[in-house]
Design a protein around this ligand. Sequence first.
Ligand SMILES: [Cu+2]
Length: 130
Amino acid sequence: MFSALSLAFASIVLYYSNNIDQMQVLGQVTYEVHIQPGSSQPATPNPYNPTVLPALANESVQVGSTVTWINDDQTFHTVTSGDALTGPDGKFDSGILSPLQSYPWTFNSAGTFSYYCTIHPYMRGWVRVG
Ligand SMILES: [Cu+2]
């Protein structure tokens, strides 16, 4: 009986979460950043899309939220905290992401986090948490 109720509840949550952009789970919001097709070429705009998350300047990612990067390109990339000039800062690192692979990271503190691709250092992005 209990498990049947749990299953019904989970189905309802799944049904509704599939119909909104930002999935609300226990008060936390999840976000997606897409690695754009062609990102291995320096001329490709916004290789991490959105380049700055959240895209709206007056918003920020809630502390405790998970951001998932999805490699929509046809080659390998990384999501590595830090920047190309000073190198990885050790906060998070996806390692090599194959095409269609994704990488989730939960931000448990406020701040502006910069990241880049160690294979293509001109790929840069930021997450504003607070
Ligand atoms: Cu890359």
